[in-house]
Write a protein of this length. Structure first.
Lengths: 391, 283
């Protein structure tokens, strides 16, 4: 950089070497030798400094001097500094000239036999070039296309392959058998799709594909990867647009969409002669949009609730039935006994019941007619007293 | 080295010049490109022009020549190219809006015409993109919203393709396919109202599911009660009189049993049948 930076300065100096029509150069006001530039050259390492021009140089009898023209007004030829002079002697470049290691005096080291290394070096370079550009290791998952001056010649399969060296033949390898995965949408953002019943569903899916025909893959489409993505988007949208929301959510519907959109994709990619085989389309999720998720949850809550109502009713029904059957069975048993001895059974049951009932209750026996029973009914007394409080 | 240079100076220079001339007069046309050779501004030849059904390896790709300085070579892609459209808002016949994103695939089949009409592929692509936008808007705008969603059915896509192809031919291109990539509701009111509709429809579904559940529960209970009634009737119908007695006994038990609500007091008249023995003294 320093070398380059030095150039403009020198050229400027050279151009403005003598009294120039453009006035004094900015760097030329050093110690003037007053010798009209006659002392220039002659082993002086300094360039000829222009005469320090008086402020009113134009008024002097000599007049302005054009450094490009030979000076004649003074009667002797004026020698101005040439670029040659400057570069020959001045600056760090001058002395270096002709003595560097890359100069004409430089010699390559000699072989022991006295021969030159040059042929050996050239042979080595050619050998490496042949080795690198004509031997190709193709991985198990790869295939490669060989082009001869741009024209397709053959396809290389996994293993070690030989071709003519570059630039005659060129080899371009590509993963073919490995499945590549495209996820749509890319991130976790919601991608809404319209269904046939004009509902929206947040659907994300992945497409797995590989290269079936490398030739077509390479030469037929400009951007096969983008094509896969676009075709996938189109197929999925077209498929979902033909299904209702509930079908999209159901497992069977999803499987059908996957299958149909795979077929659609493959048909289209085949029509493009893309050399791509779609291996699978998997729907990762079908969700209702975030904005209406709550309503969808309410539906499943309602389903649960309805089911629990039915369950409760079933339980009650069992109870009622069992109760009725139990009662009927009990009656039947008693009735059989009753039939054997109707009168006795009847009385027995009567007394037993009355015993149970009367044992547990307050009893008052009123004997004889004409007695008016006084009924100290606590309930009747209490009830009016409670009423104001209740109101 | 020096001697070699001195001895063969002339031939070395001649060799170098020959090499330069050769390199500048040979061109390599890859399989993916078509080359138009333009001599003083006039296309004179096309190398590796697309021909349908030509297998790779037997195309015109490879080395070709040109006259240095006089011929200019313009490369035109031979592969299937993509036109991507900016998202367009389409207004259906029933005044609903839909954002539509479509793509087209095309191929340059007449590179000379393309070079003359457009110059570069970028120009073709951007112009076809504009044409595609307007054709899509025009064609889809003739349909109702519901049929926009399934635009692949019917003739719409075919029409769009035909219209675009007619324009593309002027650029020496052939449209292979046009597809709608996406069709979304625009943000704002249309999207919000769609959400609202979905929500109300779900709410309605929830309500009807619940009502169905209640109905089913009622039916189950009623059926059970009917069955119970039948069982009872079958059993008790054998002797209604005894049933009356039997049930009365059970009922007394339940009604006057200990812990029955409010407690009970019984005032027995001497004529009560229970007190018959009590009254008559065993006679």
């Amino acid at each position: 950089m320093e070398r380059l930076g030095g150039w403009p300065g020198k050229i400027r100096l050279a151009m403005a070497g003598k009294r120039s029509p453009w006035g004094k150069p900015p760097g030329g006001d050093g110690a003037g030798d007053g010798g009209e530039g006659a002392g220039a050259g002659g082993g002086d390492s300094e360039p000829p400094e222009p005469e320090p021009a008086p402020p009113s140089g134009e008024d002097q009898p000599k007049g302005p001097r054009n450094p490009w023209l030979p000076g004649t007004s003074e009667g002797r030829p004026r020698r101005s500094a040439s670029i040659e002079d400057i570069f020959k002697h001045r600056g760090p470049e001058g002395p270096r000239r002709g003595s560097g290691p890359g100069g004409p005096g430089f010699q390559l080291p000699r072989r022991p036999g006295g021969g030159s290394w040059v042929p050996v070096a050239i042979a080595g370079i050619v050998g490496v070039w042949l080795f690198v550009t004509s031997m190709h290791q193709i991985d198990a998952k790869e295939q490669a296309i060989v082009t001869t001056f741009g024209k397709y010649s053959r396809t290389l399969h996994p293993g070690l392959n030989f071709t003519a060296p570059w630039p005659f033949q060129q080899v371009d390898s590509e993963q073919t058998s490995e499945f590549r995965v495209v996820a749509i949408p890319d991130g976790s953002a919601q991608r809404l799709m319209l269904t046939a019943d004009q509902n929206l569903v947040d659907l994300s899916y992945i497409v797995r594909w590989n290269v079936r025909d490398l030739r077509q893959f390479r030469f037929q489409l400009v951007s096969p990867e983008d094509t896969v993505r676009e075709v996938a988007e189109y197929s999925m949208r077209a498929e979902v647009a033909e299904k209702n929301l509930n079908q999209v959510f159901s497992g069977a519907g999803r499987a059908e969409i996957e299958q149909q959109s795979l077929k659609r994709m493959q048909d289209l990619l085949d029509a493009y002669r893309s050399g791509i085989a779609v291996q699978g389309v998997q729907i990762r999720k079908t969700d209702p949009p975030n904005q209406v998720e709550e309503a969808f949850k309410n539906v499943s809550a309602a389903q649960q609730q309805a089911e629990s109502l039915v369950n409760q009713a079933n339980g009650q029904a069992q109870q009622v039935l069992a109760r009725a059957q139990g009662d009927a069975a009990a009656f039947d048993k008693v009735y059989v006994q009753y039939k054997l001895a109707p009168e006795v059974t009847r009385r027995r049951m009567y007394y037993e019941t009355m015993e149970r009932v009367l044992r547990q209750t307050d009893k008052t026996i009123v004997e004889g007619s004409g007695v008016t029973p006084y009924l100290p009914l606590r309930e009747l007394r209490r009830a009016p007293a409670d009423e104001p409080g209740a109101q | 080295m020096e001697t070699v240079w001195h001895n063969h100076k002339g031939s070395l220079i001649a060799l170098a010049v020959l090499l330069v001339v050769m390199l500048s007069s040979l061109i390599v046309v890859p399989e993916t490109q078509q080359a138009v050779i333009i001599r003083t501004g006039e296309p004179v030849a096309v190398v590796n022009q697309f021909k349908p059904g030509q297998p790779f390896g037997s195309t015109g790709a490879g080395v070709w020549y040109r006259i240095p300085l006089l011929d200019r070579v313009e490369y035109v892609d031979k592969r299937v190219l993509n036109v991507d459209m900016d998202e367009q808002q389409v207004l259906s016949t029933d005044q609903l809006r839909l954002n539509v994103d479509a793509y087209a695939r095309f191929r340059v089949i007449d590179p000379v015409r393309m070079v003359r009409a457009a110059g570069t592929l970028d120009v073709v692509q951007s112009q076809l993109s504009q044409i595609l936008s307007s054709v899509v808007r025009q064609e889809l705008g003739r349909r109702s919203f519901a049929s926009l969603l399934t635009a692949e059915r019917g003739t719409t896509m075919h029409n769009i393709r035909t219209l675009l192809d007619a324009q593309a031919r002027k650029y020496g291109a052939q449209v292979i396919d046009v597809r709608i990539k996406r069709a979304d509701l625009p943000d704002g009111t249309p999207l919000e109202s769609a959400f609202q509709r979905m929500k109300t429809s779900r709410d309605q579904e929830a309500a009807s599911i619940l009502a169905q559940g209640q109905k089913n529960a009622q039916i189950i209970r009623a059926t059970a009660e009917a069955a119970a009634a039948k069982t009872s009737a079958d059993a008790y119908g054998k002797d209604p009189q005894f049933y009356d007695f039997y049930r009365a006994m059970q009922s007394y038990d339940a009604t006057f049993a200990a812990g029955s609500q409010g407690g009970s007091q019984i005032i027995l008249n001497e004529n009560n049948d229970y007190l018959r023995q009590f009254r008559t003294g065993g006679h």
